[in-house]
Design a protein around this ligand. Structure first.
Ligand code: FEO
Length: 173
């Protein structure tokens, strides 16, 4: 069984992760339209990862004896303030997700729900990586992306990103 409050927060987090997928896919569409196919590819993979995050929590809620209740996903923005706008919004969104994960950890600790605390360790580490990637993308863009040749090279590099199944899903049945 899961403490009621923790179960609710995990269900809310499933919604936030699916929204993240939707937001990043919308960023991908925006970048595709700007003909930045490498950046569009990077954000499409980011969207896949977010869907994976939702599924990791989805699987966990059932495994822990809780009940998944899916919620509506709001429409993401469709316009952004150029590439830099996309990248800075990504960092802000990841910081928001980190905060949200931290709040669930706090609630789970308060309820002495150690299995949820343990499950969320993976997310805490993942958020460090997510924020680091977001910051690196901003730094690289500011250094090279404002020049057309630099942007061309960066876009090619972003296009090299390869999707890998995250460990908790790879190990799931
Ligand atoms: Fe699911 Fe980007 O955090």
């Amino acid at each position: 069984m899961l403490p009621e409050k923790v179960e609710q927060m995990l269900n809310d987090q499933i919604q936030k992760e699916f929204y993240s997928a939707y937001l990043y896919l919308s960023m991908s569409a925006y970048l595709e339209e700007k003909n930045l196919k490498g950046y569009a590819h990077w954000f499409k993979i980011q969207a896949q990862e977010e869907r994976d995050h939702a599924l990791i929590i989805y699987n966990y809620v059932w495994a822990a004896g809780g009940r998944v209740k899916l919620q509506a996903i709001q429409q993401p923005p469709v316009e952004f303030d150029g590439v830099e706008g996309v990248l800075t919004e990504t960092l802000a969104h990841e910081q928001y997700v980190t905060q949200s994960i931290n709040e669930i950890v706090e609630a789970a600790m308060e309820a002495r729900d150690l299995k949820t605390v343990q499950m969320l360790q993976w997310f805490i580490e993942e958020q460090v990586e997510e924020e680091d990637n977001a910051r690196n993308n901003i730094d690289q863009y500011r250094l090279f992306g404002t020049d057309p040749k630099g942007l061309f090279m960066l876009d090619r590099e972003m296009g090299q990103r390869v999707y890998t199944v995250p460990a908790p899903l790879a190990n799931a049945n």
